[in-house]
Ligand binder design. Structure first.
Ligand SMILES: [Zn+2]
Length: 579
């Protein structure tokens, strides 16, 4: 009997202790502190001990040498995304701590997981939903803890650093995938296959009254019925629900060093290098959120919590619709269709939004003696201002039937395969009629940006040829769910193409040349035997005096128009299958 009583007592004690210890570092510090990386993982481990509805998995390596984790809340305790998908459950993926100096989502997610797992009254609100959370994505940055690098941010006391273990900004790495974090993310993203994706941040930049702003997937860029749904249904519902919770939200205030006033502001364009730009390529509705750096940490965490809870509500009500739209979107990009490769803001079309700002004025700086911006935080205003969120295609292409990538370009192929792109391989050496590109022009950044001297303003010349591909070369048909991802990574003119991120830079350098004193004789014979070449050569001398004075340029012209000039130079080595 005594033993039984002892057991009962121990059980009750453990239960009480267990409940108590489910408070987070954020809560026990009265909203002043955020958990360290180890504390976050220990917290979730403890939570999985306390609740059968939560599971935590290791999901692949990061640059820090520690693996990513994925925490799953599933009331049916299956923890099997394929099964949940088949059952029609709405799947939400939340990515936290991509910038660990901005830990609001890390804290809000821990409390949300706990509250919805432990509180049975909340279970009916998520019976059709699976919540998957990456506790801390940038582990290396989270381990690099300090209290100074977010100079303008109002708490917490300590936090991680923006750069990862190799100082990459992971929120620019979604296409180039220089980091192990991104490769592990690909695995998580395609494994979870979310209907809704959320990436949590804290803002830099303008001042205004709101605790939180959102960067929705750019709806014109998403396009189709999904784009319309994001703009006309999902976002308005989201704004309305979160307002009822006491946290109004507006689009991210995309201005720098000016106060958003009657001029309004424009939407941030989430190109594929960013999280939601990447998820757009796989037809997934995504939001980055930015709480406001000047608001106290506890208010920001609450705003993030309110946002994530709102997403749970919308998943419950709109999950099936979002799933159907995603499937429809996956069919939208077919061979022969024209698609955009880059986008530009169109100021001709805008909408009006009610905006709660602070009056900004330019005053004399005590530091520089020049003028500086000062927000009057005691001078709040509410005004109707224009919000520019209409983008139109800048460059476009027609989708080919397939892309052929010779097997040597494994740096690109590895990334495509990591994104579970469907492919087949050339069976034996085969001649195939293809369309290809010569690179006519491009500009590169003068300084490294995220480890690259990336290219833009790419100019192409199209050619058609019959080329021999080798057994084992890769054919990627575009008629697949990842078709849009293929187009926007393999078309050199696309904003975040592999070409722009330097994956093909070796073709930009000529490998063989000529010795002028020897080539002189060859050039003379070439001109003598090729009337067309001679005519082009003489014509160029006539119209271009610089050319007429430059003997090397003249020999080089003849060389580049001869069979001696290597084909690989400036020939983009990915080919389009049209027929
Ligand atoms: Zn951020």
């Amino acid at each position: 009997m005594k033993a039984l009583l002892f057991l009962l007592f121990t059980f009750l004690f453990l239960q009480a202790f267990g409940q108590q210890s489910l408070e987070t570092v954020f809560e026990t510090s009265s909203g002043k502190a955020t958990a360290t990386y180890d504390e976050v993982i220990a917290y979730y481990r403890h939570l999985t001990d306390q609740s059968p509805f939560i599971q935590m998995k290791e999901m692949g390596m990061t640059d820090s040498g520690l693996p990513l984790h994925l925490v799953i809340l599933d009331l049916e305790k299956e923890f099997d995304f394929e099964k949940s998908f088949e059952k029609g459950k709405a799947i939400i993926l939340v990515n936290n701590g991509i910038h660990p100096g901005e830990p609001d989502g890390i804290e809000a997610s821990m409390m949300l997981m706990r509250d919805y797992a432990m509180n049975k009254e909340k279970h009916s609100l998520i019976e059709n939903t699976i919540l998957a959370i990456v506790p801390v994505y940038n582990i290396g940055g989270a381990l690099n803890r300090n209290s100074v690098t977010r100079v303008n941010q109002n708490g917490p006391e300590e936090y991680g650093f923006r750069g990862n273990a190799r100082n990459y900004d992971l929120n620019r790495d979604f296409i180039k995938a220089d980091t192990r974090n991104t490769l592990a993310f690909y695995d998580i993203f395609h494994h979870v296959n979310p209907d809704i994706f959320i990436d949590t941040h804290v803002s830099n930049g303008a001042d205004y009254q709101y605790n939180i702003t959102h960067l929705a997937t750019q709806y014109c860029k998403m396009g189709g019925a999904m784009g319309t749904y994001i703009e006309n249904e999902f976002t308005p519902k989201l704004e309305s629900i979160i307002k009822d919770k006491g946290n109004e939200i507006v689009p991210y205030v995309n201005v720098f060093n000016t106060a958003p006033d009657k001029e309004g502001f424009s939407q941030f364009l989430d190109n594929p290098r960013y999280s939601t730009g990447y998820t757009t390529l796989f037809h997934t509705l995504g939001f980055m959120i930015e709480t406001h750096m000047l608001k106290p940490f506890d208010r920001r965490v609450q705003a993030t919590y309110d946002f994530l809870e709102t997403i749970l509500e919308l998943a419950q009500s709109d999950g099936r619709k979002i799933r159907a739209l995603k499937a429809e979107q996956g069919e939208r990009f077919q061979a022969g269709d024209t698609v955009a490769l880059s986008w530009r803001l169109s100021k001709g079309q805008y909408k009006e939004i009610a905006f709660k700002g602070y009056v900004g004025e330019m005053i004399d700086s005590k530091v520089t003696g020049k003028s500086r911006l000062l927000y009057g935080r005691n001078r709040p205003f509410t005004a109707t201002i224009p919000y520019y969120n209409y983008f139109t295609p800048n460059r476009e292409t027609v989708i080919p039937k397939a892309y052929i990538v010779p097997q040597g370009w494994h740096n690109v192929i590895d990334r495509l395969l990591a994104n579970r792109v469907v492919f087949h391989r050339v069976k034996g050496d085969t001649s195939i009629v293809v369309e290809g590109y010569s690179i006519e022009k491009y500009n590169s950044t003068a300084r490294p940006y995220e480890g690259h001297f990336s290219h833009k303003n790419v100019g192409l010349k199209v050619f058609n040829d019959t080329l021999t591909f080798r057994a084992g070369d890769y054919i990627f048909p575009t008629g697949q769910f990842a078709g849009r991802y293929l187009v926007e990574t393999l078309e050199p003119e696309a904003t975040d193409s592999f070409f722009s991120w330097n994956f093909f830079d070796t073709i930009l350098q000529q490998k063989e040349g000529f010795s002028p004193y020897v080539f002189e004789e060859v050039a003379w014979h070439l001109l003598k035997n090729d009337a067309e070449l001679k005519q082009a050569f003489e014509a160029k001398k006539k119209i271009n005096s610089e050319f007429a004075e430059n003997w090397y340029a003249q020999l080089d012209f003849i060389y580049k128009h001869s069979e001696y000039y290597e084909k690989a130079h400036l020939t983009y080595p990915v080919y389009r299958l049209i027929k």
